[in-house]
Ligand binder design. Structure first.
Ligand code: ZN
Length: 322
């Protein structure tokens, strides 16, 4: 039997696991809740316990595995296998993830940033068509990104390459959690879309269900705004047009800089689908120069929640080459 890989996608609410073949076929999948109590100190022990439990259940041992790869939020040190500053996990101090998981399972372990790992997944088995130049943008509670250029995942000198969420799209814009102003994340994340909607509603006097809902104190999510825009709500259409402008501006500049074959857009907000993409493409064409416009495509992600675990196994293939 050929050896297997374990992919782990560590998130703020769930930890997703998969056992995969070297060809990236998912053979088993399971998940556990993320228990971020006690400064997140239970997370790694629960991951180790869950892996050992499942290997026993499937009659497998550590010898059956090439390695484990995890995508994690926060600042990841790939060499040391540590994570710091993953606030949705309550990991404020340095976490020795590699050391603890290798000791607990006896299987070699590697780790990278979650958006980078998802980018590898979409590149390998998703919308990226296994191309050597693929940029991935994830629109969720935040905006993340990963860049594969000439076949390599870009990390930069301190691992901050591909932080597409912090591209400035409006120098006068909203304040971002990173401390600067007008980041893409402030307007194109799930909360960003709602923020733009609230701002526009303040100055809008026409007839709009969206305005009524906001003024009435009803709960409005990014999905509400997209659904209303699809239904022809004038205010919602304006909001989505603005969000698309910001995304198109960022994509134009990414295209001009990297000329990837595909800019793949995923994450919860991208559930708005082609409706969103068509408008992003419109602005992308405005902000990209001709050769880029003709060769770089804007696409929807295809793997959904599996991008992280599949990307992790794509990284794990490196173990066998050592
Ligand atoms: Zn920022």
């Amino acid at each position: 039997m050929s050896k297997k890989l374990i992919g782990i996608d560590l998130g703020g609410t769930t930890v997703k696991f998969a056992i995969l073949t070297e060809a990236g076929e998912v053979q088993q999948k399971w998940s556990i809740e993320t228990d971020s109590d006690d400064e997140g100190s239970k997370i790694v022990p629960s991951i180790v316990a869950s892996i050992n439990q499942h290997l026993e259940r499937y009659n497998m041992t550590k010898a059956d595995f090439i390695g484990i790869v995890m995508g994690s939020p926060g600042t990841v040190d790939r060499e040391k296998g540590t994570v710091i500053g993953a606030y949705n996990l309550n990991w404020k101090t340095l976490q020795f993830v590699k050391k603890d998981i290798e000791e607990g399972t006896g299987i070699p372990f590697a780790i990278d940033n979650d958006a980078n790992v998802a980018a590898l997944g979409e590149r390998w088995k998703g919308a990226g068509e296994n191309g050597d130049d693929v940029t991935f943008i994830t629109l969720g509670t935040g905006v993340g990104g990963g860049i594969i250029a000439e076949g390599h995942l870009l990390h930069g000198v301190v691992g901050a390459a591909g932080e597409i969420g912090h591209i400035t799209v409006d120098p006068e814009g909203y304040e971002c959690t990173c401390g600067k102003r007008g980041c893409l994340e402030t307007v194109a994340s799930a909360t960003g879309v709602v923020r733009v909607a609230r701002d526009y509603a303040d100055n809008f006097s026409g007839d709009s269900r969206l305005k009524y809902m906001i003024d009435d104190g009803q709960q409005v999510t990014a999905k509400t705004v997209f659904d209303l825009a699809k239904d022809g709500d004038v205010l919602a259409i304006k909001v989505i047009d603005k969000v698309s402008f910001y995304l198109g501006l960022a994509c134009g500049n990414i295209g001009n800089m990297l000329n990837p074959s595909d800019i793949v857009i995923g994450g919860g907000v991208s559930a708005a689908g082609e409706f969103l993409l068509d408008q992003v493409r419109h602005y992308f064409e405005q902000f990209s120069f001709p050769q880029v416009r003709q060769s770089t495509r804007i696409k929807l992600a295809q793997l959904g929640n599996d991008a992280g675990i599949i990307g992790a196994s794509s990284l794990a293939r490196q173990f066998s080459k050592k």
